[in-house]
Design a protein around this ligand. Structure first.
Ligand SMILES: Nc1nc2c(ncn2[C@@H]2O[C@H](COP(=O)(O)OP(=O)(O)O)[C@@H](O)[C@H]2O)c(=O)[nH]1
Ligand SMILES: [Mg+2]
Length: 311
């Protein structure tokens, strides 16, 4: 039986956009602009770490919501993971969205199923990150939703299709809840980072889902987005050119340079991508190269861990 992952919430919240962003990653912008409201439920399958998943996009218009809630066992039953999507930019509908979530969770309580719930405060675009009013309203909404944490494991994320990383992070964190030992990867990265003063170390699967990640605490969101954009482009090149390793160098908007390497780790038919970023030593580039070469040393440990979490 594949694991059942559902995306649910009011119409226009951005569910289909999020799924399109996750599945495409390259060039999804045009498609997202032209989305039509989802009719009933769209499904697709995907594999992650050797497990099969079915992803369901629940059309959110009123007539569909009524239909699901009339027969919740059929539609919602057996869910392993729930992404509840809220349009953060539409406070007028916060009450409606709480109502709907209420009814959905009431069903799960009645049948004593307790899947983890990831609430995505979506359309939290980079341009409104600093908007006091929206932040205050979202905070109030979060406080209202914490009441569910008595019964459910509930997690909050802020996402936007204009920050691909935010969407991938929310999705990856949700999935990670269904695997044991996955947090060990991030712990290992934190250890390794001490030896190399790394800016960021991350491990992705071929679809860009994060398996583990460490980044320096004060790394700014703009810097994270910059690194992720660079990574996406490199992964594309690696796929096109069938390479195993790719070294690169780039600079943040503040002028600081960074160097990185992407390495492909192969497990049977599964490919993983290891991304490693350090500050560039502009006076002594030899040092930078030395560090990047040395991370090879951590590869066996990493491979060993991946073996443990693949199902
Ligand atoms: N500003 C902004 N608009 C978004 C974002 N995600 C989706 N949208 C827009 O919101 C509208 C509804 O999106 P859609 O995915 O169809 O919502 P759904 O009904 O929940 O599936 C579309 O016009 C999207 O272009 C986002 O992160 N920021
Ligand atoms: Mg839709």
């Amino acid at each position: 039986m594949p694991k059942k992952v559902i995306f649910i919430g009011l119409d226009n919240a951005g569910k289909t956009s999020i799924i399109t962003t996750i599945t495409k990653r390259f060039g999804f912008e045009e498609e997202v602009k032209n989305l039509l409201p989802t009719k009933r439920i769209d499904r697709d399958m995907f594999k992650f770490l050797g497990l099969e998943f079915v992803r369901m996009d629940f059309g959110g218009q009123e007539q569909y919501r009524e239909q699901y809630l009339k027969n919740p066992g059929k539609y919602l039953g057996g869910s392993d993971l729930i992404f509840y999507v809220v349009d953060a930019q539409d406070p007028d509908r916060y009450i409606d969205t709480i109502d709907y979530l209420d009814q959905v969770l009431l069903f799960f309580k009645e049948v004593k199923e307790y899947p983890p719930i990831a609430v995505l405060f979506h359309k939290f675009d980079p341009s409104i990150l600093e908007d006091k009013e929206i932040n205050q309203k979202v905070l109030t909404l979060k406080q209202a939703l914490t009441k569910y944490s008595n019964d459910f494991d509930i997690f909050f994320f802020e996402t936007s299709i204009y920050d691909l990383k935010s969407v991938m992070d929310a999705f990856s964190s949700g999935l990670s809840l269904l695997f044991n030992k996955m947090e060990l990867v991030s712990q290992l990265f934190e250890e390794i980072s001490k030896n190399y003063n790394a800016v960021l170390i991350a491990l992705f699967d071929i679809k860009g889902i994060t398996i583990g990640e460490y980044y320096r605490g004060h790394l700014h969101i703009q810097e994270k987005m910059k690194i992720y954009d660079a990574y996406i482009n490199i992964q594309k090149k690696i796929l096109l050119q069938d390479r195993n390793v790719y070294e690169f160098s780039d600079k943040f908007d503040n002028g600081h340079r960074f160097s990185g390497v992407v390495e492909v780790l192969k497990f049977g038919s599964m490919d993983f991508y290891l991304l490693f970023i350090i500050d560039e030593n502009e006076k002594d580039l030899g040092k930078t190269v030395e560090v990047l070469d040395k991370i090879e040393a951590a590869k066996p440990q990493m491979e060993n861990l991946i073996y443990q979490i693949i199902q």
